[in-house]
Design a protein around this ligand. Sequence first.
Ligand SMILES: *[C@@H]1O[C@H](CO)[C@@H](O)[C@H](O)[C@H]1NC(C)=O
Ligand SMILES: *[C@@H]1O[C@H](CO)[C@@H](O)[C@H](O)[C@H]1NC(C)=O
Ligand SMILES: *[C@@H]1O[C@H](CO)[C@@H](O)[C@H](O)[C@H]1NC(C)=O
Ligand SMILES: *[C@@H]1O[C@H](CO)[C@@H](O)[C@H](O)[C@H]1NC(C)=O
Ligand SMILES: *[C@@H]1O[C@H](CO)[C@@H](O)[C@H](O)[C@H]1NC(C)=O
Length: 559
Amino acid sequence: MLQPWCSGSARCVRKALFFVFIWGLIMIAAIQFRHMETVQENVAGSASHGASLSSGRFLLQQLIDSSYTREPVVPVTQSPLEMEPLLDKTPSRTEDKLIEEIETRLPSLPLAYWNRNKNNKAMHYKNESCAKFPSIFDLEFNNIYWQSMHTSNGSFQLFGAFYDTRELSKIGPAVRIVGMINRIEPTVKSFCQIWYEGEKEPQLVETFEYKYVWYSKWGNYKQGIYQPYIITCRVPQSHHKQVPASVSLVPKACDTATNNLRVIYNKPPEKKDFAVCVKGLDFLHEDLSVRLVEWIEMITLLGADKIFFYELQVHPNISKVLNYYEKLGKIHVTPLTLPGGQPNVPAFQHMYLTKKMNHKRQNELIPYNDCLYKHMYEYEYIALLDIDEVIMPVQDATWRELMDRILPKSLKIRNESRASYNVRNVYFLDDLLHSHGWFKDVPRYMHMLQHVYRAQNFTKPNQYVKCFHNPERVVTLHNHFPLACLGSGCTSYPIETEDAQLQHYRADCVKSLKKSCVEYRENSVMDTTIWRYKNKLIDRVTRTLKTLGFFGPGYASER
Ligand SMILES: *[C@@H]1O[C@H](CO)[C@@H](O)[C@H](O)[C@H]1NC(C)=O
Ligand SMILES: *[C@@H]1O[C@H](CO)[C@@H](O)[C@H](O)[C@H]1NC(C)=O
Ligand SMILES: *[C@@H]1O[C@H](CO)[C@@H](O)[C@H](O)[C@H]1NC(C)=O
Ligand SMILES: *[C@@H]1O[C@H](CO)[C@@H](O)[C@H](O)[C@H]1NC(C)=O
Ligand SMILES: *[C@@H]1O[C@H](CO)[C@@H](O)[C@H](O)[C@H]1NC(C)=O
């Protein structure tokens, strides 16, 4: 191709070099030009917002920024011998710092307890040939966050262990382990080795029960598939006043365990009002970050003291949002995987969860129950919500006021607290808005504030509801209702639709409601209950989006 204008090889090289040089100059000019354009646009943009001071600061910022971004393009005069890459020069972590880091990442690992006792760990056993305390390095982990036990008939994958001293529990203080077993109706015997701070010998007790967190009629009722369970061991009378440090589950009482879980017991002197638990987020390619900001702010306005997220895979923009709120202490994020042979490669896992609905539902019960047991002493109520659902009080401003008003109503019907208080589901479908048009006084990025058309009818009582669960009463939780409860069974008070509604923001109804969904679409009403929070919500969301750089760097430095 070069032939027509290039004959001798030396001339050829010179010519080529010349072209490269000219091309380089053109590129530099082009980049300069584009850069000036963006600066001008941005100045215009921020001036129109009347923020001339910050635009000045912004210009400076741009100049500093551009000196970075341009560096690789400008012909480099510096010799590589004088160049130094920017590395993280933080000194290496001390062991204490490492332990802290590991415990945050893997809260089920009793690392601090093990570390305090590791020097005399040879002493930790029932007797020389029975129930040795396992070295933390000999535990069998599965898919990062789980620990395993294999028996002659079934494998166990354990996620978390908790100390249950709830008054209504008739079996007395107990250790509850949240995990999965690849058996239905497991019959195999097992034992808990319960370890205490400052005690050499573990307490050995036979497992009291494997509580199935599922109904057989829902499907997946097959040997070999990992199923959700709460595994319970009663604490011996002699130790009712002590909090266990860790627990191992073993097939025979004297075995050296392949698992050892910290027994979590978060019991502050006083309870806060509301915690919200969100199952493992699976939004790898779906950038729901802005909707998530609106949801977190809305839920917080309504009175959630803290939101506990579990995270499978999320888009980097969602991570940005989660990190931001976690630093503020408003939310907490627990990393999560699927145990056993289930897929954990990000996109593949998403496909699996989409195609295998029953597996998805069974796996969801782990974060829900983990969240319940971790926080049962810290909050009066725990709600399990998805990030497209809001429990909206109709007459009150907050959840606290709502509960204060409906509790007397419920007590009038039956003079005792309920295991849960359920709220009826109603769909706010995406396309209902689009047949009406956007609202001009609401930014379009406020999904919920824009989507104020809903189906006229609620879904049927008890169907697709969400609850405020009473953690003093619940033993096993399912998405919509508790499955097992302490005291007088899983009583649930249906909160009337005049008091609250579960606003469910979706593109479409769940599959099982395909038929009714046609009617929902044909009979919609405008429902602006959420507009009571309009100003506050727009203000909070917009401020957060600016801070996080969603409107570009021009706004990021404003605060
Ligand atoms: C060790 O303890 C176990 C369980 O209490 C007991 O069955 C066994 O006899 C003990 N062995 C020795 C050597 O003391
Ligand atoms: C294994 O456990 C299942 C229940 O999960 C039971 O039906 C089966 O009989 C057991 N098999 C053996 C060999 O014990
Ligand atoms: C309801 O129960 C509480 C104690 O649980 C009792 O103090 C109260 O008197 C009862 N109220 C009625 C109306 O029975
Ligand atoms: C709404 O509910 C009422 C009463 O349950 C029922 O008669 C009606 O057919 C429902 N309408 C739609 C559109 O679903
Ligand atoms: C969101 O993701 C897109 C695509 O990766 C990226 O261009 C954008 O900068 C991200 N937004 C923020 C605020 O980081």
